[in-house]
Design a protein around this ligand. Sequence first.
Ligand SMILES: [Zn+2]
Length: 61
Amino acid sequence: MAVPKKKKSRSRIGARRSHDHVSVPAIVSCPSCGEPKVAHQVCPNCGKYAGRMVIESEEEE
Ligand SMILES: [Zn+2]
C-alpha cells in the first residue's frame, strides 16, 4: 500500500479543502410566469424553457 512520505501541513490540508464546498443552485424568476425556478432548467410551474413549451401542463398562459 502506498504510504505518504511526509505529514500534510495544516495549511496544505486547508488549501485542498478550500474547494470542498457545495454551491447553491442558481434561482432565477421564470420569464414566462415569473415563478422562481432553477436556472437552465424547465420551469416546473408553466413547463416552458426558452419561451418554448416543453412539458404539457394544465395551466396555459
Ligand atoms: Zn414558468
